[in-house]
Write a protein that binds this ligand. Structure first.
Ligand SMILES: [Zn+2]
Length: 236
């Protein structure tokens, strides 16, 4: 039984501050590769997906966009102030699709920083995908409406582009990435207990169990072994 929700939430909080020691906020390519590599270690399917990202604060008319041209924003009637990710040689945005059920944007903090959406938080954005995505995963446009930390209206859009030229960038083939991976794996620990002590997720194989005995004994059925390390709490 796999239910990696807790694991993904834990990853979103844990991995980004480590990545940011080595990367800039707009480092979507390296951050996505590290994310796919990490989940690959756990046997969890995570695939890179090139998109355009548009983050809008409708009331203050502020926009942060990546992978979108100035013309496209103007055509969409968006003549407000906006900011592109600076210094990027690839005009696109890369995210990971996890198990065809989540969109994980490891470098969403670039929009957080520019638009001041939250108090200097370095974490990744995790969005559950609608059912229809799993049925037809080839093309998507995802729009999420919500509120930011200061209760301002917020709209986040991801539009698939199929621009695979990120594969030829230095950011994708960066030799330093495999050196960062073990640091993330160490910080993640080998397990986490989710919600109100309701589940335990093994970070070695990605399996989640809600059996009381497994939680009490810090046991993973799939690995057939007990976790021996200080408890790492994950709150929902
Ligand atoms: Zn396990």
């Amino acid at each position: 039984m796999k239910r990696p929700d807790d694991l993904l939430e834990h990853y979103c909080r844990t991995a980004r501050p480590i990545q940011r020691k080595y990367m800039r906020a707009n480092s979507c390519i390296g951050a996505t590769r590290l994310t796919c590599d990490y989940f690959g270690l756990l046997g969890i399917q995570a695939a890179p997906r090139p998109v355009k990202m548009v983050v809008t604060l409708p009331d203050s008319k502020l926009i942060y966009a990546s992978g979108v041209t100035e013309e496209e924003l103007a055509t969409a009637g968006r003549r407000q102030r906006y900011s592109f990710g600076d210094g990027a040689t690839w005009n696109g945005h890369l995210v990971a699709i996890v198990e065809k059920r989540w969109l994980l944007d490891p470098s969403f903090d670039q929009a957080v920083e520019v638009l001041g959406l939250a108090r200097s938080e370095q974490r990744m954005l995790l969005i559950p995908l609608p059912e229809r995505f799993a049925e037809n995963p080839d093309r998507f446009k995802l729009t999420v409406d919500g509120l930011d930390d200061r209760r301002r209206k917020l709209r986040i859009e991801y539009i698939e582009t199929r621009d695979d030229s990120y594969l030829e960038t230095e950011a994708w083939t960066d030799d330093n990435l495999p050196k960062i991976l073990p640091e993330i794996a160490r910080a993640m620990g080998t397990y986490s207990v989710g919600g109100d002590q309701e589940t335990i997720t093994c970070h070695l194989c990605g399996t989640t169990s809600s059996r009381r005995q497994d939680i009490a004994q810090r046991y993973c059925v799939r690995c057939a072994s007990f976790h021996h390390e200080p408890e790492m709490e994950v709150t929902a």
